[in-house]
Design a protein around this ligand. Structure first.
Ligand SMILES: [Zn+2]
Length: 258
């Protein structure tokens, strides 16, 4: 079997997780790995073996003594998402430098994954609810005093035609009013060693990618993410949940490529 073939054991979940690992862009050339074709999100990447599955004598020679990511070469630990061009080059003319680069990227990813495992879902519920409660306690004056500057808004760069004007106005306003208070509430949680916003961000982002791969448009994704926050955090007030989703649109990679 050719190295370029995506094997049967690489199912959609694995592909999605590999895509998220590299934040939706090729780790070697930064090209986007999801493109829009006729309003559909199309994945344009290959699953590459970092250590070759069937190394040539030359590869065996140059990779002698190098770190292996896994004893099982044909496993997720040794896979990485690459654009088709880089995959072709990597499979036919890899250098030790590129090999080490990919191993380093993957090691970093694995570290974050291990940390996330330590994080129990219950903690996330509770802590995000703390942030949501703070939103509810804000008064008009404190919101006015912490308005985000209009220039800092990122939504116009991120939204597409499917998001809709009303959503854009709503989300923009939520971000302007609540971005700074939420950021501060999250910082407080970090200080108390309760929540790491990077973990929360990566969870939110993974859910976003899942929705994206199911071909929901931006307006639908906004709805679904709002539902998801309500379901997973115990927030009963829909607008509070929308405020949180808006925060993550501004702060994380929601509505970015991945
Ligand atoms: Zn590439």
């Amino acid at each position: 079997m050719s190295e370029k073939t995506i094997r049967g054991n690489v199912n959609d979940t694995v592909k999605m997780s590999l895509l998220c690992e590299v934040n939706g862009s090729c780790p070697l050339c930064r090209k986007d790995l999801i493109v829009k074709k006729k309003l559909k999100n199309v994945r344009v990447f290959d699953v590459a073996h970092i250590y070759p599955l069937h190394p040539t004598p030359h590869e065996e020679e140059i990779l002698k003594g190098e770190t292996l990511l896994s004893e099982d070469i044909d496993s997720e630990a040794n896979f990485i998402a690459l654009c088709k061009e880089c995959h072709k080059v990597y499979d036919t003319q890899k250098t030790v430098k590129e090999y080490r680069q990919l191993v380093a990227i993957k090691n970093e990813i694995n570290k974050i994954k291990e940390l996330s495992v330590l994080w129990d879902k219950q903690t996330l519920h509770k802590d995000i609810s703390v942030v949501a409660n703070k939103i509810g306690l804000l008064d008009e004056l404190s919101i006015k005093n912490t308005l985000l500057s209009y220039d800092a808004l990122k939504i116009s760069d991120k939204k597409d035609d499917t998001f809709g004007m009303i959503n854009e106005i709503k989300v923009s306003q939520f971000i302007l009013s609540f971005f700074i208070p939420i950021k501060e509430a999250l910082k407080d949680l970090e200080k108390q060693e309760k929540a790491k916003s990077t973990f929360i961000c990566s969870q939110v982002k993974s859910y976003y990618v899942l929705l994206l791969m199911k071909d929901f448009n931006q307006a639908q994704i906004f709805e679904k993410m709002t539902d998801w926050f309500m379901k997973n955090t115990g927030i009963t007030d829909r607008s509070k949940s929308e405020v949180l989703v808006s925060f993550f649109i501004q702060n994380c990679e929601v509505y970015s490529k991945c």
